[in-house]
Design a protein around this ligand. Structure first.
Ligand SMILES: [Zn+2]
Length: 467
């Protein structure tokens, strides 16, 4: 089966140029100058020719931070691996890396088995796992080694959520030593959960129960402090450190400083922190609950700092932290008590589109758009050059993107299994027109053509991004 994508502009992290793409089977076989004899030959012999005139041909997006079917506060995030990966494909994302969860008192390897049983045979696009380590002990530290052998070499820990996922500094230190010894990487949810929990209790005692309190009780200083502390622990142990969902200028300052000294410290941010703010959390009539995620949405002035970080590579990439909960029945669990609102927002479908608005607005360049949404995630998480680049030999994970099409985001038209959109009514320039996952057209103008079970588990190499 061969497919030729003609007349488009290839955009990789290194630049943009016109070329035709020959896809054979699951891989990109070759590129050719448009209108060359070779390109003509390919088109004549191809089973399918996709006309990409006026469009960008980019490596499929890689969302390095999703939570499908994740247990939280007595409920589960609303997308399972099937609905979530189909929604991702609609938005031009062809790989996700989801978080398996080791609960307290359970084993790391049994958590990995459990996540395989949820995902295997159900994903429409390729997928990998990170491992949340919430119980650090001799056994789980040993199990991290088996996890790495199984292609899961990024371990997330929490300085937030005491009593649930929270790890002490001593536990973090021990896990970081294991990461240093094995070449793996610690990912950190950096918020000072001990202090935050006191602020939450005080707010509730004062009768302050609205969703906006979620933001006010998690001040940016406590994200900055935790980020600095994680960086210090990483420095002492020599472990690489990856800060997940960085939201605050205070935390970015700490990351920037560490990077300036050559430390292996990296951070991602998420579209919600670039486009939404504390004002959304303050929406009346419990509407703010739709915007409850941790860290919380910040005052608007943080957004410019985050865009600056994306330009200077102090923020290396953008993931979604996709963790959808329906407004009805799920977010509503927190009516009258903001601390009971499930933490998380939907986003896996719109990451590429939202980031493209950064190109439209002049915040980032076109190649940087590809770099932060696909190429760097591939390198950061050990998938390059199989993923993250349009080049011969790479998997044919390809998104053909129409840079001039207009669209309006709405829960009525999105494909995520959630009853609201955090971006309802937002008008965007640019839209996905065709998506290939390992050589199979899964989305085009006529709809979705993929299937649950097409997606394969990705056994990831160690990070290719370390300095
Ligand atoms: Zn998360």
């Amino acid at each position: 089966m061969s497919i030729v994508i003609r007349n488009g502009t290839i955009v990789n992290a290194t630049g943009a140029y016109p070329a035709d793409v020959l896809v054979e089977g699951e891989r990109i076989a070759a590129l050719a100058a448009p209108d060359s004899g070779l390109a003509e030959q390919w088109a004549a012999g191809a089973e399918r020719v996709i006309d990409a005139a006026g469009k960008y041909v980019v490596p499929g997006g890689i969302d390095g931070h999703t939570h499908m079917e994740m247990p939280f506060g007595g409920t589960f995030s609303a997308d399972n691996f099937e609905t979530g990966t189909i929604a991702a494909a609609w938005g031009g994302t062809t790989t996700i890396v989801d978080f398996a969860v080791q609960g307290k008192g359970t084993s790391v390897l049994s958590a990995l088995d459990k996540w395989h049983s949820k995902a295997d045979g159900n994903c429409a696009i390729d997928y990998g796992f990170h491992m949340i380590v919430s119980d650090v002990n001799d056994t789980s530290l040993k199990e991290m080694e088996a996890c790495i052998d199984a292609g899961v070499n990024t371990f997330k820990m929490f300085m937030a959520y005491p009593g649930v996922f929270y790890a002490t500094d001593g536990e973090i230190l021990r896990a970081m030593q294991k990461a240093r010894d094995t070449g793996s990487m610690i990912m950190m949810h950096a918020e000072n959960g001990i202090a935050i929990d006191q602020l939450v209790l005080q707010a509730l005692a004062n009768g302050q129960t609205d969703p906006v309190q979620h933001g006010l009780t998690r001040p940016p200083e406590l994200e900055g402090e935790a980020t600095s502390r994680a960086i210090a622990l990483a420095k002492v142990t020599g472990s690489p450190l990856y800060i997940v969902h960085l939201s605050a200028a205070h935390a970015l300052d700490a990351v920037t400083q560490a990077r300036d000294t050559g430390q292996n410290v990296f951070a991602e941010t998420c579209p919600q922190y670039l486009f939404l703010s504390l004002e959304d959390l303050a929406r009346p009539d419990f509407e703010g609950a739709k915007y409850v995620a941790s860290p919380p949405l910040r005052p608007k002035e943080h957004q410019a700092e985050l865009w600056r970080g994306l330009r200077t590579n102090d923020l290396s990439l953008v993931s979604t932290d996709h963790c959808p909960f329906c407004f009805k029945d799920q977010k509503e669990l927190g009516r009258g008590d903001f601390s009971k609102i499930p933490n998380g927002m939907p986003g896996v479908e719109h990451r590429m589109d939202l980031l493209y608005q950064g190109v439209v607005r002049g915040e980032i360049t076109l190649p940087r758009w590809v770099e932060i949404s696909s190429t760097t995630p591939a390198r950061m998480f050990g998938l390059y050059p199989r993923k993250g680049v349009i080049a011969p030999g790479a998997d044919a994970d390809i998104t053909v993107y129409d840079p001039t099409a207009q669209q309006t985001i709405s829960a009525r038209t999105h494909h995520m299994n959630v009853d609201y959109s955090a971006y309802e009514g937002m008008e965007l320039t640019g839209k996905v027109s065709t998506v290939l996952s390992r050589g199979r057209v899964v989305v085009d103008d006529n709809g979705f053509h993929g299937a649950a079970g097409h997606g394969r588990f990705l056994k990831r190499d160690l990070s290719q991004y370390l300095v």
